[in-house]
Write a protein that binds this ligand. Structure first.
Ligand SMILES: O=c1[nH]cnc2c1ncn2[C@@H]1O[C@H](COP(=O)(O)OP(=O)(O)O)[C@@H](O)[C@H]1O
Length: 222
């Protein structure tokens, strides 16, 4: 569900549409998976017998940053943010307000952080705007703590912030598994486009992960 891309200016001139603004916060990380594998840059040789995904010879090499999404009240994954009425405030100011409610963090979102605007495939008459903002790792960690400790919506509209794993493990663990979950509206497409456009993952890496996620979704369930 990608939706039709449109410029922010054009979207604001359309009548009868609601505007949903969300943000992808991300940061470089020095964290180590299982205490030993550097998260920043990881190389995994995929096992020949893996039934899923990658050809045996492929070495998966991904840059590991930590983009954030959240588990919503409805059990779907999405980005932090919400509806903004552009007749009352700018998209950026409204998004900052939503972030305060959902994450308990005062983050200034500017027009430079705008990534894309789309006419959402569903629900009808909705424009979705995605913003992307790179933080320092300490800022991201601080935002995660505030989301639990001080955000008004924690445990209600937002059940928790989650980091998006950008690495790929055997049998599609990591990013492909993450993509196989259920997402609100076009947030999954927003995630894929942002990772591609920001150069966090290459088009080839994204295509492989999407194909692998499809196999996981349609594979045997325990
Ligand atoms: O991450 C997202 N990307 C794109 N659209 C989203 C995302 N999260 C929610 N939406 C859509 O935006 C609209 C507003 O949703 P949200 O629940 O975030 O705002 P609200 O708290 O102001 O109601 C809903 O129609 C939903 O389908």
């Amino acid at each position: 569900m990608a939706g039709k891309e449109i410029s922010k200016e054009e979207s604001l001139s359309l009548k009868g549409y609601r505007h949903a603004c969300h943000i992808m916060l991300y940061a470089d990380t020095d964290a180590r998976l299982f205490g030993k594998i550097p998260m920043k840059h990881i190389v995994i040789h995929v096992n020949v017998s893996d039934p899923l995904c990658y050809p045996a010879s492929l070495v998966v090499e991904l840059n590991l940053l930590s983009p954030q999404m959240q588990m919503r009240f409805d059990g779907l994954l999405g980005f932090p943010g919400g509806l903004v009425n552009p007749a009352e405030e700018s998209l950026e100011r409204g998004l900052s307000r939503e972030l305060w409610e959902e994450m308990g963090t005062a983050l200034e979102v500017t027009a430079e952080d705008h990534h894309s605007s789309c006419v959402a495939p569903s629900p009808p008459h909705l424009i979705t705007h995605l913003y992307c903002k790179r933080l320092r790792e300490e800022e991201l960690q601080e935002a995660e703590r505030a989301a639990v400790l001080t955000a008004a919506d924690h445990g209600l509209e937002v059940l928790g912030m989650v980091r998006v794993p950008l690495y790929v493990l055997k049998n599609g663990g990591g990013f492909p598994s993450f993509l196989s979950h259920s997402f609100i509206s076009n947030s999954r497409s927003q995630l894929l486009a942002a990772l591609r456009d920001l150069g966090l993952l290459s088009p080839g890496e994204l295509d492989s992960a999407v194909a692998c996620a499809e196999k996981i979704r349609h594979g045997p369930q325990p």
